[in-house]
Design a binder for this molecule. Structure first.
Ligand code: NAG
Length: 297
């Protein structure tokens, strides 16, 4: 991974060069077909809330029935000390799916607003070769570490069992944070496949170096619903930043792509929700194109 510091240096100098040198990208609305293409992944994120026994049997109700061809490989977690997760294959979409359970608004808000958290480097054992300047919320890092080796083994099994070359990592809320850390973790251990990450109601997970690293290759999409307050927490003044790849669902239900990191346009979360008083935690669970998180298992 010797080339990575060079990439990060390049990104850092790019950032300090100022907005004038950023690619000029407009905020654009997705077409109905583009919105619809996210829906299978939205159901996979919602299914992350279901008991592991039901996702392993792919019999978890509406969230499973929405993707009838899914072939489960492994599942785990207890929904208490460890968030639920599952891994399997969707051969129609041509990808291994990794899904992590989220949590309800009050619990995620406690995690991102209590005073106990801090930014910390990722474990060199789980993240060999990763620069120690990359730091994440210690609570999110702990959650990811609890399931990391099992998820990695299941992804390797699924890739070989179904001869797939792609991995898609999904999750909502805390599950989105775990998935974003997985998006850094899994490629350090698996080569020769492409990765994409599609998460919903994502809090800010790490520092600027983490956000820049997670933005490399533009493989991350984070979809935020209306005035959800979770995506603006923890605050940037605490050193937390989002990677690129935000899609913001407007009150009009348009899905708009937000260029850059933490775009301050009022069409994007950071600009639309300038402080927690202007946010609405009831927007956190969706609906994301009619799919409601958390409530459907
Ligand atoms: C936000 O989006 C606008 C497009 O409307 C773009 O010009 C601007 O550079 C973006 N901001 C950031 C911080 O990337």
């Amino acid at each position: 991974m010797a080339h990575l510091p060079v990439v990060l240096l390049a990104l850092a100098s790019f950032a300090t060069a100022g907005p004038a040198l950023r690619p000029r990208q407009a905020i654009t609305s997705l077409s109905a077909a583009q919105i619809a293409a996210y829906k299978p992944y939205t159901f996979y994120a919602a299914a992350g809330y279901c008991e592991p026994a039901t996702t392993l049997a792919w019999d978890c109700g509406a969230n499973c029935e929405a993707n009838p061809g899914f072939q489960p490989v492994a599942s785990g977690g207890d929904g208490d000390a460890t968030q639920f997760w599952f891994v399997g294959a969707d051969t129609k979409l041509g990808t291994v799916i990794v899904s992590h359970q989220g949590t309800d608004p009050s619990q995620i808000l406690a995690l991102v607003t209590d005073s106990d958290f801090f930014l910390d480097s990722l474990s060199p054992t789980l993240f060999p070769g990763l620069s120690s300047s990359i730091e994440v919320h210690n609570g999110f890092a702990n959650e990811q570490a609890k399931t990391a080796p099992q998820v990695l083994a299941a992804v390797q099994t699924a890739l070989s069992q179904f001869s797939l070359k792609k991995v898609t990592i999904v999750g909502h809320s805390l599950g989105g944070a775990i998935s974003l850390i997985d998006s850094v973790y899994l490629p350090l251990h698996i080569t020769g496949v492409t990765f994409q990450t599609i998460v919903y109601g994502l809090p800010r997970v790490g520092n600027q170096a983490f956000a820049d690293y997670a933005s490399i290759g533009s493989t991350v999409t984070h979809i935020n619903n209306k005035e959800d307050i979770v995506p603006i927490l923890p605050g940037m003044f605490l050193g937390f930043h989002h990677p690129t790849g935000e899609i913001h669902i407007q009150d009009s239900l348009a899905w708009d792509t937000c260029p850059g990191e933490d775009n301050e346009s009022d069409l994007c979360s950071t600009g639309d929700v300038p402080n927690i008083f202007e946010g609405d935690e009831s927007d956190h669970d969706g609906p994301y194109d009619s799919v409601l998180m958390a409530s459907s298992c």
